[in-house]
Design a protein around this ligand. Structure first.
Ligand SMILES: [Ca+2]
Length: 468
């Protein structure tokens, strides 16, 4: 009888709290475990196309859930792309409207509009553990529990190599602490490991899995980027000398992969605890990265570029009860996670949230969210893509690139100067201008006084005299 009453009560709540159309497939207020990796490439799992990577636990999500092939962070006004990215996700606002950005409204800094507070108000227990720095501290403070991991020390208790282990240990402790609570609320865990961001130090057992000599170079590997993209010597680009060598590139990839496998191993321990705690079947797991990273593609090693295997393209996999299985080509932003999670929680996103819920895609009711998607980096790069074409503009040198992503996913054949594609350049430029206007981006797309496009790598002596 008690069971029946509980069932009726759940049904009544679900009917009022869950947005119409979703209640038939999704559980009411599932637990949400969001794993948000740092500088994780969109192809950074075995199941996402990197055949040498060993990531069996995160692969499970790909095999049983929905993978978004085209998820992006919108842009960055600073070299630390992580910061606006994480802020957009926890506020649902676009890059120039996040707190402290030029287009921010007074409401943008209201903590009650931040995702952890909205989830708490919906009845969730909110818990965060993650990296120090380059995030959104004001948002992290709004979690009921927020633990910042110090990965700057020399021992397994505080070193870089064991950070994934520490994050998993604390998450497992948290899950165990809920076991004794018979009236436990659903949880919203935001787990933000500083991995595989450099320094790329993993436990020796994970480094041993990847022999740099056996790594294959990326399809778009180049020793030097062919022109000045406006941000050629930023911090990340100095992680390797110019011209980029094959040996150095392979070692960087091997170290990166080691960190990803270390993360995957410890994520697997969290999955086991979810099962042991009886919460696995009612948990939706979200796996994303805050920004992408070049690993030798186009001569680049940073995230300060708009290539697909570059700075803004991120992995996004969502799996759990009620989530359809498959791959989606929908064009989505990380900030879409805000209204998605509030939808799953059965509550509304606050006014000012610009992301769009992807729940209709997760439940198989829709396949498309937007016709085009725009990305931006400082005042030197703007891009727009649709289902097939991609245009990148470099306003400081008045350069444009056009790629056919359907036949050239690694963006190796620039078609911008070919007369048969002139109309495509015009159409995409118009799409870009429209997107920029709608997101309050007033940066010029051309300059009357372009810098020389040619670029010569600085010597080591010159680099040392630059500001960090
Ligand atoms: Ca990052």
């Amino acid at each position: 009888m008690r069971c029946i009453l509980r069932q009726i009560s759940i049904t009544l709540i679900a009917a009022t709290a869950v947005p119409s159309g979703y209640a038939d497939t999704l559980p009411k207020q599932p637990n949400i475990l969001h794993i948000h990796a740092d500088d994780h490439r969109a192809d950074g799992l075995h199941a996402l196309g990197n055949s040498i990577l060993q990531t069996p636990n995160l692969d499970w999500l790909v095999e049983h859930g929905m993978t978004f092939n085209h998820c992006y962070t919108m842009g960055s006004m600073i070299g630390a792309v992580c910061t606006p990215s994480r802020t957009m996700m926890l506020t649902g606002r676009s890059w120039l409207r996040i707190p402290k950005a030029p287009g921010a409204s007074p409401m943008a800094s209201n903590p009650q509009t931040f995702l952890p507070r909205v989830m708490q108000a919906a009845g969730y227990q909110t818990w965060h553990m993650g990296k120090a720095g380059n995030g959104f501290p004001a948002g992290l403070r709004e979690f009921q529990t927020s633990i910042i991991d110090d990965a700057s020390g020399p021992t397994p208790q505080n070193d870089r190599a064991h950070c994934s282990e520490r994050l998993a240990d604390r998450t497992i402790d948290f899950l165990k602490s809920r076991n004794a609570n018979s009236a436990r609320k659903p949880f919203y865990i935001y787990l933000a490991p500083p991995v595989p961001h450099d320094p790329r130090s993993a436990e020796p057992r994970f480094h041993q899995l990847y022999n740099a000599a056996k790594i294959t170079l990326p399809a778009a590997f180049m020793p030097v980027h062919p022109f000045d993209n406006g941000e050629m010597t930023v911090r990340d680009e100095k992680l390797a000398p110019w011209p980029r060598t094959e040996a150095d590139t392979k070692q960087q990839i091997a170290d990166y992969d080691s960190c990803v496998t270390g993360l995957d191993y410890h994520v697997g321990r969290i999955f086991e605890q979810l099962k042991a705690s009886g919460e696995w079947d009612n948990t939706i797991i979200v796996f994303t990265g805050d920004n992408g990273l070049s690993l030798g593609e186009h001569g680049l090693f940073g995230k300060q570029n708009l290539y697909e295997f570059g700075g803004m393209h991120v992995p996004c996999v969502i799996a759990g009860p009620g989530i359809s299985k498959g791959k989606s080509d929908a064009l989505i932003y990380l900030m879409d996670l805000f209204p998605t999670l509030t939808d799953l929680a059965g509550t509304k996103a606050p006014d000012g949230v610009e992301g769009k819920s992807i729940v209709p895609i997760l439940t198989g009711k829709s396949t498309k969210l937007r016709n085009t998607l725009y990305t931006a980096y400082r005042n030197c790069q703007r891009a727009v893509r649709d289902d097939r074409w991609k245009l990148i503009r470099y306003p400081l040198i008045n350069k444009v690139q056009l790629f056919d992503l359907a036949s050239d996913p690694h963006e190796m054949h620039d078609l911008a100067e070919m007369s048969e594609h002139a109309a495509q350049v015009v159409t995409l430029t118009q799409s870009l201008e429209k997107a920029m206007t709608s997101y309050g981006d007033h940066a010029p797309l051309t300059t009357p006084n372009p810098k020389p496009a040619n670029w010569t790598p600085p010597t080591e002596k010159k680099l040392k005299t630059q500001k960090p």
